[in-house]
Design a protein around this ligand. Structure first.
Ligand code: AMP
Ligand code: ZN
Length: 139
């Protein structure tokens, strides 16, 4: 996609601090980091939503996350990392090219668990949970 910044970084047409890559995914530092070492991992191909990426691409993205997360933590002396992606604009996705964030975490960094991204917790009955599970699953 010609005006996508992440396609531009993958193609080497716009600057990016690339920290790792494999056949189907590339990792580079976030240009406006939430923490030192904040890294984005993207499929090489332009895919807007997670469901648009192929199984091979999603495996490549996760393989790169698995390889880099400990290296990132060591590089910036972090004690852990929050790993996740904003899938869709309602979830906060601003760049329409799938990207997983690795955000190194430090004691007293004022962050929280990934749960805070979803806002308040809904009250769901057992029947509602059963219905949702059935709707997602095969049965
Ligand atoms: P999201 O809200 O999940 O779409 O996050 C988009 C992320 O991309 C933000 O953290 C931005 O700082 C980052 N970002 C946007 N443009 C660039 C760029 N050219 N190079 C590196 N990171 C970028
Ligand atoms: Zn793109």
């Amino acid at each position: 996609m010609s005006d996508c910044p992440f396609c531009g970084i993958v193609a080497g047409e716009i600057p990016g601090r690339i920290v790792g890559e494999n056949d189907h995914a590339v990792a580079f530092l976030d240009a406006n980091p939430m923490a030192p070492g904040h890294t984005l991992v993207v499929p090489r191909e332009h895919r807007e939503r997670l469901a648009d990426a192929t199984s091979e691409e999603t495996q490549a993205v996760f393989a790169l996350l698995h390889e880099l997360a400990p290296k990132i933590e060591t590089a910036v002396d972090a004690e852990g990392a929050t790993v996740g992606l904003n899938d869709g604009s309602v979830a906060g996705q601003e760049v329409p090219h799938v990207h997983a964030h690795v955000i190194p975490r430090f004691p007293d960094d004022d962050g929280g668990p990934i749960h805070v991204a979803a806002g308040s917790r809904p009250e769901l009955s057992d029947a509602e949970l059963d219905e949702i599970a059935a709707a997602i699953g095969d049965d």
